[in-house]
Design a binder for this molecule. Structure first.
Ligand code: HEM
Length: 396
C-alpha cells in the first residue's frame, strides 16, 4: 500500500466512489493486499476465487472469533452473520422457513400492492426523491411483514434501520442520535415486541425467534434482539441500494432501459448485473484461526481477513469485460450475496422485490429522469445512496 494512500475501507474513499481502477491494479499486483487502518491492519482479499475460498472455510476463517466488521467485535451478540458452525447452522435452520422459495413467492402480490400504492403517491409530483419516496417503502414494509412488526411501529423501525446503516453519516446520525443509542433502542423495542403475546402474529419470525433454542438453551434476550435487528437492517438498505444504483445505471444507458421496457423478461438478468455491478455490501470480515497461506501470501493466526465483494465481482478471471454493465450477462456468478455458510438468507426475497419493483416502474412511468445530483450514504460497509432527485413521467 502506497504511503498517504487511504486504505481500501476508508469511509471517505468509499463514500466518494468504489475505487475500481485501484482494485483492478491490486488484483494484478497484490491480490491479497495488506492494508493499514487506524483500527488495525487487515488483509484485503480481492480475487473471486479467494473470496469463495475464505467463505467456504469457517473453521480457518472465523466470523465468530472477532465478528464480521473491521473493528473487533466485543459484545458477541450471536447474530447469524457473526456465528460459525455448529451454532450458526443451528440458528440459521431456525429462521430458514421464513425465507423459503414458497414463502417468498407468496409475497409477490403484497409487493405489487406496496409498489403501486407508493407510485400513486409520487405520480403527480413534479419531482421526488427516488431513494426516500419511491424505493424505500418496499423493502421496509416487506421486512416488517416477515418479522411481524405491527403497522403503527413501522415508521420507527425504518428510522432505526436507517440510523444503524447510516451511523457514520452526519445527516442521519445527528442531533444526539448515534448508532449505539439506536441499536439499544431498537433492541429494546424488539424485546418488548416479543413479550407481547399476540396470537395473530402466528408464525412470523418474531414468534419463531422467541421460541428458538441454541445449544439446547432458549435463545436469550440479547441473541433474539441481535437477530431481529440484523434482519431488519439486512433486509432494508441492500435492496434499496440495488434498485437506486441500478436505476442510476439505467438512466445513464437509455438503450438498456429501452431493452427492458420492450422485453420485461430481461429484468431478472438485469437485476443480477445490478448486484454484480454495485456490490451493495462492500465487505465482510473473518479472522484467521491459524497460520495459513492464501494465493502465496502468508497470513498469521489472528489476522483480519476482509473479503472485498466489489473487487471479486469485477475479477477479469471470472467475468468477461468486467467493467461493462451488461443486462444480459450470462453466466453471472457474482458474490454480491456472499457465498457458502452465510450466503444471504434474503437473496430470493431481495431478487423478487427488485424484479417486481422494476416491472411495475417500467409499466407505470414512460420516463425517469434525473432532476439533481444523487447523494451517497457515508459508509464503508454499504454502497448506497440517500437521495436521488428524479422526475417521473407517467405512461399515458
Ligand atoms: C438484495 C440485496 C441484498 C444483498 C446485496 C445482500 C447481501 C448479503 C451478504 C453479502 C451477506 C453475507 C454473506 C456471506 O457472509 O457470505 C448477507 C447475509 C444475510 N442477509 Fe442479505 N443481502 C440482501 C438482501 C437481504 C434481505 C432482503 C434480507 C432479509 C430480509 C437479508 C438478510 C440476510 C441475513 C439474515 C444474512 C445472514 C445470513 C447468515 O449469516 O447465515 N438480506 N446478505
Amino acid at each position: 500500500m502506497a504511503e498517504n494512500e487511504p486504505h481500501l475501507l476508508d469511509v471517505d474513499l468509499l463514500t466518494a466512489a468504489v475505487p475500481h481502477a485501484r482494485l483492478a491494479e491490486l488484483r494484478r499486483r497484490e491480490p491479497v493486499s495488506w492494508q493499514d487502518a487506524e483500527s488495525g491492519g487487515y488483509w484485503a482479499v480481492l480475487k473471486h476465487a479467494d473470496v469463495l475460498a475464505v467463505s467456504r472455510d469457517p473453521a480457518l476463517f472465523s466470523a465468530e472469533a472477532k465478528g464480521m466488521q473491521l473493528v473487533d467485535y466485543t459484545d458477541q451478540l450471536p447474530t447469524l452473520l457473526s456465528l460459525d458452525p455448529p451454532r450458526h447452522t443451528e440458528m440459521r435452520r431456525r429462521v430458514l422457513h421464513a425465507f423459503t422459495p414458497k414463502v417468498v413467492r407468496e409475497l409477490e402480490p403484497r409487493m405489487r400492492a406496496i409498489v403501486r400504492a407508493t407510485f400513486d403517491k409520487v405520480a403527480r409530483r413534479a419531482t421526488c426523491d427516488f431513494v426516500q419516496d419511491v424505493v424505500r417503502p418496499l423493502p421496509l414494509e416487506i421486512v416488517c411483514d416477515v418479522l411481524g412488526v405491527p403497522d403503527e411501529d413501522r415508521a420507527r423501525v425504518g428510522d432505526w434501520a436507517d440510523l444503524l446503516a447510516g451511523s457514520a453519516d452526519p445527516e442521519i446520525a445527528s442531533g444526539g442520535k448515534t448508532g449505539t443509542q439506536g441499536a439499544i433502542e431498537f433492541g429494546t423495542y424488539a424485546f418488548q415486541l416479543a413479550q407481547k403475546n399476540d396470537p395473530a402474529r402466528g408464525e412470523t419470525l418474531i414468534a419463531v425467534l422467541k421460541n428458538a433454542e441454541l445449544d439446547g438453551e432458549q435463545v436469550d434476550l440479547m441473541s433474539f434482539c441481535g437477530l431481529f435487528v440484523q434482519i431488519a437492517i439486512a433486509g432494508n438498505e441492500t435492496t434499496r441500494s440495488t434498485l437506486v444504483g441500478g436505476m442510476l445505471e439505467l438512466i445513464q444507458r437509455p438503450e438498456a432501459l429501452r431493452a427492458l421496457r420492450e422485453d420485461p423478461k430481461r429484468i431478472p438478468s438485469a437485476v443480477e448485473e445490478m448486484l454484480r455491478w454495485l456490490s451493495p455490501v462492500h465487505y465482510f470480515r473473518r479472522t484467521a484461526t491459524r497460520d495459513t497461506v492464501l494465493r502465496g501470501q502468508k497470513i498469521a493466526a489472528g489476522d483480519r481477513v476482509v473479503m472485498m465483494y466489489a473487487s471479486a465481482n469485477r475479477d477479469e478471471d471470472v467475468f468477461r469485460e468486467p467493467d461493462r454493465f451488461d443486462i444480459a450477462r450470462a453466466p453471472n456468478p457474482h458474490v454480491a450475496f456472499g457465498f457458502g455458510e452465510h450466503f444471504c438468507l434474503g437473496a430470493a426475497l431481495g431478487r423478487l422485490e427488485a424484479r417486481v419493483f422494476l416491472e411495475e416502474l417500467l409499466t407505470r412511468f414512460a420516463a425517469i429522469e434525473l432532476a439533481g445530483e444523487p447523494v451517497r450514504l457515508r459508509s464503508n460497509e454499504l454502497n448506497a445512496w440517500k437521495h436521488m432527485p428524479v422526475r417521473l413521467v407517467p405512461a399515458s
